[in-house]
Write a protein that binds this ligand. Structure first.
Ligand code: HSE
Length: 295
């Protein structure tokens, strides 16, 4: 029988929390999986980006499953799979589509193998495949997550605010590969920029945990990655200004972009429309969604 899982899209960084913070969003991909003993790979993909996702052995869901099978020493027993994927998370736009595919594949295959591995094992393998934990952690655990590799282990904490924080995402109609967005970054940063980001990241977490909403105003600013990525997202600062003028608490790039995000507790629709209009002034067509935190 098929194992069926549903995995949320995610927004990483939340501005200053580069490679560390993430939030699970109320937009989902679904995977149905059956592992096969024969060497037969049948991959059906429906929904967003379906025609741009490879349906052969390069498929990200299958590549992740193969890594799990190797770890379980079962790569000879299961040589194929029937994969049905229904995607709502936009592909390669900064909403964690790759983490969603990796987590869905690993989680479903693990269920198929009667939960041979712990969730921590799945978290570690997914992070190894993705390269950083900030999308994988919320995709797997839900909520707002902080994740980092300590001297002891790949650690995470997931939590929910006690107020209704919404993410208004403006999704432009072009792809921005994470690799390209990471290539734009500096390998070294000034100490004052590092301190700026530590302060702002800590402030976001503390303010959310205490429900001190006014302390979020300004806390989403970043100096480590967004200034270097601005050229890859035409109109970025104007879209931010448009959202702020409608009362957003803060604005950031979602993950590596190109989706831009405004955090708010009210006026979501109005903020979204203003963001789309601002993109349009730069000849970028986009659509907006008002998302909740997935728990
Ligand atoms: N933290 C990552 C980045 C998220 O900003 O490059 C995108 O995968």
């Amino acid at each position: 029988d098929f194992v069926k899982v549903r995995v949320p899209g995610t927004t990483a960084n939340c501005g200053p929390g580069f490679d560390v913070m993430g939030i699970a969003c109320s937009i989902y991909n679904e995977l149905e999986l059956k592992l096969l003993e024969e060497k037969n790979l049948c991959i059906e993909i429906y929904g967003d980006g379906a025609t741009n996702i490879p349906c052969d052995e390069r498929n990200m869901v299958w590549c992740s499953i193969e890594k799990l099978l190797v770890k379980a020493h079962l790569e000879k027993k299961y040589q194929g799979a029937h994969i049905k994927m229904t995607n709502n998370v936009p592909l390669s736009r900064g909403l964690g589509s790759s983490a969603t595919a990796i987590v869905a594949g690993l989680f479903a295959a693990n269920v198929f193998l009667n939960n041979r591995f712990s969730i921590q094992d799945i978290f570690e393998l997914a992070t190894e495949i993705e390269g950083h934990p900030d999308n994988v952690a919320p995709a797997l655990f839900g909520g707002i997550t902080v994740s980092t590799k300590t001297d002891y282990k790949l650690e995470y904490v997931s939590f929910m605010p006690n107020f209704d924080l919404k993410m208004v995402v403006a999704i432009p109609d072009f792809y921005l590969p994470t690799k390209k967005a990471r290539a734009a970054l500096k390998q070294e940063v000034p100490l004052k920029d590092a301190i700026f980001n530590i302060g702002h990241t800590a402030m976001i977490i503390a303010a959310i945990c205490q429900g001190k909403i006014e302390a979020l105003k300004g806390a989403f600013a970043d100096k480590l990655h967004q200034p270097y990525r601005a050229d890859l997202i035409p109109g970025m600062y104007d879209v931010f200004a448009a959202a702020n003028s409608k009362g957003a608490l803060g604005t950031t790039i979602s993950g590596a972009g190109p989706t831009l995000i405004a955090y708010t507790i009210e006026n979501g629709e109005e903020i979204g429309k203003a963001m789309v209009e601002a993109f349009a002034k730069h000849n970028i067509s986009s659509k907006y969604l008002v998302l909740d935190i997935d728990n």
